[in-house]
Design a binder for this molecule. Structure first.
Ligand SMILES: [Zn+2]
Length: 191
């Protein structure tokens, strides 16, 4: 019976290990549920009246909570993603590209073109009122910055070397956009 206390000790250790595993599992299953419950608000969120924007003025703490750190860097800190890294470069299905922060529909697949730059490129926004354009003189270059007009999230830049009919190239960070396939829209509710 000398081994009895030893066996008891082993049983205790095994049962503790099982309990801690159970706890970990519970935590990991709860976390995605919170993210999922927020997602629909940011997928497609057009203005109540087309062309009329109500500016969203949330504190930075709010954006830190709802965006991933990569999205936050682009949208709130005017970062640039590495070229050829966004899956949206090769997105060819019909649909709408919305602001990844507030869900405002910014670009349509109808105006997407292959620019070869490695960033999703469009020749015009869905509505001129939905994008803000500001002169950006950083890095010794004079560029025109493009932001979401509703949440002021940085999107990218616009250059005067795009295709017809506008001659413009909206060079947008894929991380600043969400794609909503056209089949997810009820009839007639595209814009
Ligand atoms: Zn936005």
């Amino acid at each position: 019976m000398r081994f009895f206390p030893f066996l008891l000790g082993c049983l205790f250790l095994v049962s503790s290990a099982c309990n801690s595993q159970t706890k970990v599992k519970t935590t990991t299953t709860e976390a995605p549920a919170t993210v999922e419950s927020q997602t629909p608000d940011y997928k497609y969120n057009p203005p109540a009246v087309a062309g009329e924007i109500t500016v969203i003025d949330e504190p930075e703490s709010y954006w830190k909570e709802v965006l991933t750190s990569e999205e936050y860097n682009i949208l709130r800190e005017e970062g640039t993603e590495r070229s050829f890294t966004s899956p949206l470069n090769d997105e060819k299905r019909p649909g709408i590209f919305t602001c990844a922060a507030c869900g405002l529909p910014l670009f349509s697949s109808d105006t997407k073109f292959k620019s070869g730059t490695g960033w999703p490129s469009f020749y015009q926004p869905i509505n001129d009122a939905y994008v803000r354009q500001d002169v950006d003189n950083r890095y010794g270059m004079r560029r025109v910055e493009v932001s979401c007009a509703r949440c002021n999230g940085h999107q990218g830049h616009v250059f005067p070397d795009g295709p017809e009919p506008t001659g413009l190239r909206y060079c947008i960070n894929g991380l600043a956009l969400d794609f909503v396939p056209m089949e997810d829209f009820p009839d007639g509710e595209k814009k």
